[in-house]
Unconditional design. Structure first.
Length: 92
């Protein structure tokens, strides 16, 4: 699908801004972590750690993939593999 020139430019601009923001937050967290680890005492490291928590709340929360449904495991063979096959090329 080809995008028109204005739509393509707008999409590219959103992509560049989002990428720059992601890199900025990552570098900010890295510099705060370096400041916290090089602090001479816990009391002087606390502001960096609080700022890290504040910035980390801006990042999306990563979740693990959902578990297979219960019926998937009810049909399991004695070895633990499902009778209907699992994921991947060698399942079955």
């Amino acid at each position: 699908m080809r995008l028109s020139r204005p739509v393509h430019r707008a999409t590219l601009a959103v992509h560049v801004v989002a990428s720059a923001a992601w890199i900025g937050i990552t570098l900010g967290l890295l510099s705060l972590a370096l400041a916290a680890t090089s602090a001479p005492s816990a009391a002087s490291a606390e502001p960096s750690l609080r700022a890290m928590r504040l910035f980390a709340d801006l990042l999306p929360r990563w979740r693990s993939p959902p578990s297979p449904p219960a019926w998937y495991w009810r049909s399991a063979r004695p070895g633990g593999r499902p009778a209907t096959g699992g994921c991947g090329p060698r399942s079955g």
